[in-house]
Write a protein that binds this ligand. Structure first.
Ligand code: ADP
Length: 229
């Protein structure tokens, strides 16, 4: 269903920034549940498309597996389409988009009539990222990222756990390089805005979740909305 654009007073439009492995996906998922906002993860959308063999999936597969970025035009169209759906009218949590300055500029245009963006940048040292990505497991069936409690099987659907195709060490290094070159400039792009916050992501997930909730509350001036999990 496509809803017309328009103001939704109090809309909460969140962008989670950060390098691969920073924990954006986990935190975006928790925030989405706690605040009842749809999570829009471009990585998940692309992986689902690859898995189901759609035209988009066939076009993106090799690029993703090499650790490179899918083209801006394609990504902008996907996100535009997703944000036009009615569930995103009063806000969203974006995970994995924008990843380039071109995408960020397009996002600014998309949300011009929807209230300000809250940008939360999760910061983690590079050597920690390499370790996290190289040891990360996902569900072979539904694609969810494994949590520490899932040992042998997926806690959501019971599927087996595997390494993500792009989490091999060489590809991880390439993705971190791509992040430095193409995505890190977004910190500069957003950091002078009043709704930008930097969050130390090198702490236990629950501590980061609390910091994310507090930063969001500070940004929207809604003290008292604790982040439940
Ligand atoms: P990560 O764990 O590295 O943050 P994601 O799950 O967000 O990875 O994305 C996986 C891959 O999907 C990326 O390495 C890239 O190839 C592609 N991708 C996801 N989002 C975008 C985007 N906004 N622009 C270009 N490519 C993207």
């Amino acid at each position: 269903m496509v809803a017309p654009h328009g103001n939704c007073p109090g809309a909460i439009n969140v962008v989670m920034l950060g390098p691969p492995g920073a924990g954006k996906g986990t935190q975006a998922e928790r925030l989405s549940r706690a605040r009842k906002l749809p999570k829009v993860s471009t990585g998940d959308i692309l992986r689902e498309s690859v898995q189901s063999g759609t035209k988009l999936g066939r076009a993106a597969k090799a690029t993703m597996e090499a650790g490179n970025l899918v083209g801006d035009d394609m990504m902008i169209a996907i996100v535009q389409d997703r944000l036009n759906r009615s569930d995103a009218r009063c806000g969203f949590v974006l995970d994995g988009f924008p990843r380039t300055v071109v995408q960020a500029t397009a996002l600014d245009r998309m949300v011009a009539d929807r209230g300000p963006l809250v940008v939360l940048d999760i910061v983690v040292p590079e050597e920690v990222l390499e370790f996290r990505l190289a040891t990360r497991r996902i569900c072979a069936k539904c694609g969810s990222t494994a949590t520490p409690e899932w040992t042998a099987a997926c806690g959501k659907c019971g599927g087996g756990l595997v390494t993500r195709v792009d989490d091999g060490i060489e590809i991880v290094r390439e993705r971190l390089k791509v992040y430095q070159r193409q995505t890190k400039p977004l910190v500069e792009y957003y950091s002078s805005r009043p709704n930008f916050s930097s969050i130390d992501g090198n702490r236990p997930p629950d501590v980061v979740t609390a910091a994310v909730g507090a930063a969001l509350d500070a940004a929207i001036g809604a003290a008292g909305h604790g982040v439940a999990q």
